[in-house]
Design a protein around this ligand. Structure first.
Ligand code: UDP
Length: 473
């Protein structure tokens, strides 16, 4: 029997954002929230997804929920549970909505039976937690099966899909056919960009809301250079004596420490702190193309002093991603086949995920340390890793796919790869960015301003308020 569980989220003081967006913007957001709070009149806005750690949704919810609560809007988070075949088929669905075939398994009646059974079992717990006047935001394909259950109980639901494909093909058709019977029951849809809106949403309530980041989390807050180096040396990502666990302040204000080490697959020594690093941080997923990132780097390895680091969550750390271990194994197998001189300069890092905030500090430090951040995805719903690197003022080399194209203007606040499968061009542009650090830094400076204007939590919360008002709730 599977059942959902609630994730405890502490309030986050919205006033702290004043230092980033200014007092006026904070005051305007407070007024807006007060109007919404009156309108909701005690009703709770629930978020439901399928993992509390790993991936973009789990990254955003604690901040958005924490701020909403501080602003007086009642908001909660439930995570559904599933069995292994459920997550295999929902990962298959995830690929299909990206236009890819994933592991090629069918999306037929047997899969539908598994999907509906998991939805039904979770629905019992969901309906116990959610009040009859509340509003539910269902995130991604894993939770769409709850929509008919909510509709039967008269509870309004919004389905927010964080993924999508720039073009439709047979696979997107399979994915949407699978989901249609459930999505007929939602009251509104949220997509990241217009290109992702499927035909089934035509004529229905649709809103486009891109993701955002919280500049004050362990993932994004400023870190001084010394702390960055201490975290990377202690975890084993770069060379240097560890001076022991590195302290940081947790989101609850309590003193915390980065204690765990990263698991690193490498054949050479760890890179010295002065060695420029090209870094990609991603889940171990074929659509993030870790193998292509390595192979493209291999084409320029002799022409640069830089080294490459691919970092992702420990493969047991993301509950709804059963593919990760296999992708990491394949990446390691290809890495083993590279010439020794190249292999010695490529580091494959699995970051511990036991403690989300500790993991976040590690990612933060690594992103800040990178000379260039790579995000060579073949498909990307939005690409929060891109936003995160932009906020840290880092130069980016990223694929012109999905939401990445909305975030970066090529040559202004980052560099875009028109064809992510073209490894020669990827290699050449990476070499160029590494060779011209001043130009690269200028891209990074403008990138931070882009995020300040467009991709912070405050804009995101305002759009949710619009949507809830539009629903007439
Ligand atoms: N991430 C993390 N720890 C890791 C690797 C990734 O916290 O070891 C985070 C990353 O910082 C980002 C999120 O996972 O916030 C990935 O979101 P994105 O939109 O880039 O891709 P998704 O995984 O949702 O496809």
């Amino acid at each position: 029997m599977v059942e959902p569980h609630e994730v405890a989220v502490p309030d986050r003081s919205f006033s702290l954002l004043e230092g980033v967006i200014g007092a006026e913007a904070v005051a305007a957001a407070r007024d807006r929230a007060a109007a919404l709070r009156d309108r909701l009149d005690g009703r709770v806005v629930w978020n439901i997804n399928s993992t509390a750690t790993g991936g973009g949704v789990a990254e955003m919810l604690p901040s958005l929920i924490g701020y909403a609560r501080d602003l007086g809007v009642r908001t909660s988070w439930l995570v559904i549970e599933g069995v292994a075949p459920f997550f295999t088929l929902t990962k298959r669905l995830h690929h299909a909505l990206h236009g890819a075939s994933g592991d090629g398994t069918p999306l037929g009646e047997a899969e539908r039976a598994v999907y509906e059974q998991v939805a039904e079992q979770n629905a019992a717990g969901v309906l116990e937690a959610v009040g009859p006047r509340d509003i539910v935001i269902l995130h991604d394909p894993q939770t769409a099966g709850l929509a008919p259950h909510l509709a039967r109980a008269g509870i309004p639901s919004i389905w927010r899909c964080h993924i999508g494909s720039d073009a439709s093909n047979e696979e997107t058709g399979h994915g949407w056919s699978f989901l249609t019977p459930y999505l007929e029951h939602v009251d509104a849809f949220v997509f990241t960009r217009q290109a992702y809106v499927p035909p089934l949403a035509t004529g229905r309530e649709v809103m486009l809301i891109p993701p955002s980041l919280d500049p004050l989390t362990a993932k994004n807050e400023d870190l001084d250079a010394e702390t960055v180096r201490a975290v990377l040396a202690h975890t084993g990502m770069i060379a240097g004596e560890s001076r022991g666990a590195v302290g940081f302040t947790g989101q609850d204000g309590a003193p915390r420490r980065v204690e765990r080490r990263a698991e690193v697959v490498r054949s050479g020594p760890p890179p010295a702190a002065t060695v420029p690093l090209a870094v990609q941080v991603s889940r171990w997923d074929p659509l993030k193309d870790p193998i292509g990132v390595m192979q493209g780097f291999a084409t320029i390895a002799e022409e640069t002093d830089a080294q490459l680091m691919l970092a992702g969550p420990n493969t047991s750390g993301v509950a709804d991603d059963p593919e990760a271990a296999h992708v990491l194994e394949e990446t390691i197998a290809v890495w083993r086949g590279l010439p020794e001189a190249v292999r010695d300069r490529i580091h494959l890092v699995s970051l511990p995920t036991d403690d989300v905030e500790e993991n976040a500090v590690m990612v933060n430090a690594l992103q800040r340390h990178a000379a260039v951040i790579v995000q060579k995805s073949l498909q990307e719903g939005f690409g929060l890793t891109v936003t995160e690197a932009m906020w840290k003022g880092r130069p980016l080399l990223a694929s012109a796919v999905g939401g990445i194209q909305d975030q970066i203007e090529d040559g202004h606040d980052g560099a875009l790869l028109a064809d992510p499968s073209d490894l020669a061009t990827y290699g050449a542009r990476l070499r160029e960015l590494l060779a011209k650090p001043e130009q690269a830094e200028a891209l990074g400076r403008r990138a931070r301003e882009t995020v300040r204007e467009r991709y912070l939590s405050v804009r995101h919360l305002a759009q949710y308020a619009d949507l809830i008002e539009r629903l007439g709730a």
